[in-house]
Write a protein that binds this ligand. Structure first.
Ligand code: ZN
Length: 130
């Protein structure tokens, strides 16, 4: 299953928890593992707090400080910062699925992390029944 994500900034974290839950519901599978996978080299998936938007802002502020956009990188496309961020965050997360519900903690949400936007992006959701 594919989830389309439209991003609006160079770096942005977008909560896709409800879209993932919807895709899971559409599948009819109620138990197993849900693999959420960014099909891009400059956009990642992470799980973190989705209650206070300040957390997203602080994560982006820090990652942009640690890995600045322009640091005399060699990659001609000019987006090495985004490639490095994705390798640190990782392209995917695996979430347990029980009785049709994603098993997430009270404050946890699934985020699509844009590091070279704005763009139209795709997230693959694959369920391993079990
Ligand atoms: Zn590149």
């Amino acid at each position: 299953m594919l989830i389309n994500v439209k991003t609006h900034a160079q770096t942005q974290m977008i909560d896709i928890t409800s879209q993932v839950q919807h895709a899971v519901k559409e599948s009819g599978i109620t138990d197993g593992l849900v693999h959420v996978y960014s099909m891009h080299t400059t956009a990642a998936i992470t799980i973190n707090e989705n209650a206070d938007p300040a957390v997203e802002a602080d994560i982006l502020k820090t990652i942009n400080k640690v890995i600045p956009f322009d640091d005399q990188f060699k990659h001609m496309e000019g987006n090495s910062a985004a490639h490095i961020k994705v390798s640190l965050f990782g392209p995917s997360e695996i979430i347990p699925l029980e009785n049709g519900l994603l098993i997430l903690g009270t404050w946890q949400g699934i985020f699509f992390c844009e590091f070279d936007g704005p763009r139209n992006r795709k997230v693959n959701v694959k369920i391993i029944p079990g």
